[in-house]
Design a protein around this ligand. Structure first.
Ligand code: IPM
Ligand code: MN
Length: 303
């Protein structure tokens, strides 16, 4: 029927209610998407707990833009960071063993292939969003071989993008800079290995008010996942109190990924307008609106 098929994974806790908010807003905006809901609640198979097979995908890099949200006061009003994180290896490779009793070793695996894919994604992304700098974040002064390889690969890839500047900053120094003066990083795209990206992305999310306002996308060659990275909040599940903003903003990244720019722009303005007006804020943002009231306001704000 000419619509794009998109897998929808509502998940547990507040997942179904915030997913419904996205579905309602998309329907009202006329987004040409056919949702295909998939369940990821673990099932028991051959005596083991596993995620249903239809839900298994393997994306490669993840990105996290953190932009100050007008209407939600934090000590910072000029945050506009974009962070690209390698999302398949590093300390997450899961290779660990006990050498002898009391001594363990965890392998940090860095490959040229994954680093290159990630660096190239960062440079292309910078170009696409009109930023003319990429900054590699690393600890190559300590992790000479692993972070050294990541950094070397970034330098090599930079040669392919003469129109984009490249620089690098040590992770600890970057943290110091960002909390002192986040605007310093508002014209660049940060790129880094997995664990650093995990930590720094939550730090940036903290600067704009937390994970409830932070979008995220996991980008792979064959599949991409856009998700709210906050928890499932079982304590408020089913009470219509959840804030769907992070999922909505993540879905807007998806629309841009799918090149559905007009829908992305109109839904994004409606969400930001609803927050900026401040009349229908959910409890986490200091208001007392329900998810349904917030969602209705976003729908009313659609042009
Ligand atoms: C994230 C999460 C995950 C991570 C956890 C849930 C394994 O914190 O998506 O950033 O550490 O990568
Ligand atoms: Mn994390």
């Amino acid at each position: 029927n000419g619509n794009f098929a998109v897998t929808l994974i509502p998940g547990d806790g507040i997942g179904p209610e915030i997913s419904e908010s996205v579905e309602r807003i998309y329907q009202a905006a006329g987004v040409p998407i056919e949702w295909e809901p998939v369940n990821v609640t673990p099932v028991i198979k051959d005596g083991k707990t596993v995620i249903p097979e239809e839900a298994l995908l393997s994306p490669g890099n993840s990105d996290r833009p953190c932009k100050s949200v007008v209407g939600y006061k934090t000590p910072y009003d000029d945050v506009n960071t974009v962070l690209i994180r390698e999302n398949t290896e590093g300390e997450y490779s899961g290779i660990e063993h006990t050498v002898v009793d009391g001594v363990v070793q965890s392998i940090k695996l860095i490959t040229k292939e994954a680093s290159e894919r990630c660096a190239r994604y960062a440079f292309t992304y910078a170009r696409n969003i009109g930023r003319n700098r990429v900054t590699a974040i690393h600890k190559a002064n300590i992790m000479k071989l692993s972070d050294g390889l990541f950094l070397d690969v970034c330098h090599e890839v930079a040669q392919e993008y003469p129109d984009v500047e490249f620089d690098d900053v040590l992770l600890d120094r970057a943290c110091l800079h960002i909390v002192q003066d986040p605007a310093r990083y508002s014209d660049t795209v940060m790129v880094m290995p997995n664990l650093y990206g995990d930590i720094l992305s939550d730090m940036c999310a903290g600067l704009i008010g937390g994970l409830g306002l932070t979008p995220s996308g996991n980008i792979g060659a064959e599949a991409s996942i856009f998700e709210a990275v906050h928890g499932t909040a079982p304590d408020i599940a089913g009470k219509d109190l959840a804030n769907p903003t992070a999922l909505l903003l993540s879905s807007i990244m998806m629309l841009r990924h799918m090149r559905l720019y007009e829908f992305a722009d109109s839904i994004e303005s409606a969400v930001l307008k609803t927050i900026a007006e401040g009349k229908h804020l959910t409890r986490d943002l200091g208001g007392n609106a329900t998810n349904t009231e917030f969602t209705n306001c976003v729908i009313d704000s659609l042009k």
